[in-house]
Design a protein around this ligand. Structure first.
Ligand code: HEM
Length: 129
């Protein structure tokens, strides 16, 4: 497995993750019972686990690590925030309004992570503009 393959898999999993998340959050906000489908839950876990495995491999290849390099610390913390806010959007939010805003917030965190990667900087998109 070479660097480009691992990087493309990581990016691919990131796109799959956010696409599936948006789909599930639409189901969550609209109160659809399809949300409870096991396949959707399992798929999200598999995708997010692979995303993280490829992320770890990438850190080893480029020899930059969270808690050593700021932009990777930012990515890791933001990934946890994405997961926590994501669970509010999908199940923990008591009302549809809370789940809606949690969904928007989770998508914004995802955009932040993407920018922090592109910029290699915790300021994310602000560092590129
Ligand atoms: C939702 C979470 C994540 C998203 C959306 C994401 C997105 C991306 C993208 C788009 C790239 C390719 C950048 C480019 O080609 O310019 C990338 C690369 C990378 N990501 Fe992630 N990532 C996420 C999580 C993580 C985590 C948690 C880590 C590790 C703590 C990580 C470590 C890396 C590394 C080391 C690279 C290679 C950067 C380079 O070669 O310059 N990623 N990520």
């Amino acid at each position: 497995m070479d660097y480009l393959f691992i990087k493309n898999m990581h990016i691919g999993m990131a796109y799959l993750s956010i696409t599936l998340f948006i789909f599930r959050s639409v189901l969550s906000v609209s109160g659809s019972s399809l949300l409870q489908h096991k396949l959707l839950k399992i798929l999200q876990h598999i995708i997010d686990t692979l995303l993280l495995i490829f992320a770890i491999l990438l850190t080893i290849i480029i020899q930059q690590y969270p808690f050593v390099n700021g932009w990777l610390t930012a990515k890791l913390i933001a990934l946890f925030a994405y997961i926590i806010v994501g669970t509010i959007a999908i199940k923990r939010g008591k009302t549809a309004v809370i789940r809606f805003w949690a969904s928007i917030f989770a998508i914004a965190i995802f955009a932040y992570i993407y920018g922090a990667t592109k910029a290699h900087h915790a300021l994310s998109w602000l560092a590129i503009m």
